[in-house]
Design a protein around this ligand. Structure first.
Ligand code: IFM
Length: 452
């Protein structure tokens, strides 16, 4: 037992995090802001995607969401009350550069300017992400991320944000989960813009990474003292059976899902055999691209939710009784600790921030006006324990941001799954912290918690 683990008399152990460990929460623009046309905002691909019947499970959209655009002062006050150190949010490109390229909309930037000031005056570090999937529709009309020009447009938009916020923001993140942007949006079609082409997905993946690199150059130039980050989601994969076919499938899915973005960012290039396996001709890669993509970053944002099993015939189903969340994702905390050690062993990572981790649960146990979400609380506690263990083993993890601050618009699932540690009543828009939020707040104040 180390000095940061203390056994208590009741048989539980107290885990204490390193001094300065960051405790906070995360959201994204489209999922919470609402106000789709306010102050000159233009439609994003998600506004368009939601307007097509059948795309979103409950037929909903982001028009109101949590109405955060109009309630950000109240929301920051709540985070302050909960004692959070940090808040990760994303900036809507469609507010800042409504046409995707060209004129900067000052009124759109003003919102983020006010938000950053509000956070700083509450003692909360702002962690803005430049792109969390809400591409301007006008750019999609010209090919979206399949078109190389989008990467350059992304860099110009980033520069406008850095010019305005770079005097106060200390960490800028370029992309959120480029795998999901490229795969769900261009290959599988279950996210905006809804294409179903592997060829488009591969082109999009390269242009997203190029966009990261080009935007990174603007961040370095415009805010030399700020840190540069990218957020990547990792889903550890295991073969469904020991068969050769399942092991080959696992190998390639693992390389497409878990190496495809982080390997190039850390200078290892695309996984060549998997690129061949999926038939990528690499025609999008131009001279100098891989150097731009692999310019050093200061921080890797890691998003983790679950592990998956790969089977060659796609027949795998979780055995009955496997603990899972309301979206059917397995609850398996040890995969998180294993992943964090793997990342640290494989890459030369300067620092890691857990930028998303959380789970949707039914939230149906109520005690008067309290929401007793013990299952979510257990998820967060057991996953933070894995983070603690990884830190003990030398993985440089600086903090943990729970996904999400609020129940919000869960993309193609609409408002069904509730990831929030704070409930949002979609009729009244009232915010009610759940038991998990109160536990997280209390744990933050002690920089640790008990675990049995
Ligand atoms: O809600 C999403 C978020 O936008 C990106 N990461 C995964 C979350 C849960 O699906």
């Amino acid at each position: 037992m180390s000095s940061s683990e203390i056994a208590s008399s009741e048989g539980s152990t107290r885990l204490t995090f390193p001094d300065g460990f960051i405790w906070g929460s995360a959201t994204s623009s489209f999922q919470i802001e609402g106000a789709p046309t306010t102050d000159g905002k233009s439609p994003s691909i998600w506004d368009t995607y939601c307007s097509v019947p059948g795309n979103i499970k409950d037929g909903s959209n982001g028009d109101v969401a949590c109405d955060h655009y109009n309630r950000y002062v109240e929301d920051v006050a709540l985070m302050r009350q909960l004692g959070f150190d940090a808040y990760r949010f994303s900036i809507a490109w469609t507010r800042v550069v409504p046409d995707g390229v060209g004129a900067v909309n000052s009124a759109g930037l003003d919102f983020y300017d006010r938000l950053v000031d509000e956070l700083l005056s509450a003692g909360i570090q702002p962690f803005p992400t430049m792109y969390h999937w809400d591409l301007p529709q006008s750019l999609e009309d010209n090919g979206g991320w399949v078109n190389r020009d989008t990467a350059y447009a992304f860099a110009d938009y980033t520069e406008a944000v850095v010019d305005r916020l770079g005097d106060r923001v200390k960490t800028f993140t370029t992309l959120n989960e480029p795998f999901v942007s490229a795969n769900h949006g261009y290959v599988v079609g279950e996210h905006a813009p809804g294409h179903t082409s592997m060829e488009m997905g591969l082109a999009a993946s390269h242009h997203l990474l190029l966009g990261h690199g080009l935007a990174g150059e603007r961040i370095r130039a415009g805010a030399p003292d700020a840190r540069l980050a990218i957020v990547i989601n990792f889903t550890p994969l295991e073969p469904a059976t020991d068969s050769e076919a399942d092991r080959v499938e696992t190998y390639h899915r693992n390389h497409l899902e878990n190496h495809w973005y982080s390997d190039p960012v850390f200078g290892l290039g695309y996984p060549e055999d998997t690129a061949d396996h999926v038939g990528w001709d690499r025609s999008e890669i131009q001279d100098g691209d891989m150097e731009i993509i692999s310019a050093p970053i200061d921080l890797l944002g890691v998003n983790f939710y679950t592990r998956e099993f790969a089977s060659a015939d796609d027949s795998f189903e979780l055995p009955e009784g496997t603990p899972q969340n309301t979206m059917g994702w397995e609850l398996h905390p040890p995969s998180f600790g294993k992943l964090l050690r793997w990342i640290n062993d494989r890459y030369d990572v300067p620092s890691i921030l857990i930028t998303e981790n959380g789970c949707p649960m039914p939230d149906n146990i109520r005690d008067e006006n309290r929401i007793v979400d013990d299952d979510r609380l257990d998820y967060i506690r057991s996953h933070m324990a894995q983070v603690h263990g990884a830190i003990e083993d030398g993985v440089p993890i600086e903090g943990y941001l729970v996904w999400s601050l609020f129940d919000n618009f869960e993309w193609a699932w609409g408002y069904g799954p509730t990831f929030g540690i704070v409930e949002v009543n979609y009729e009244t828009l009232e915010r009610i912290p759940k038991k998990s939020a109160l536990w997280f707040s209390e744990s933050k104040s002690q920089n640790g918690f008990e675990i049995s």
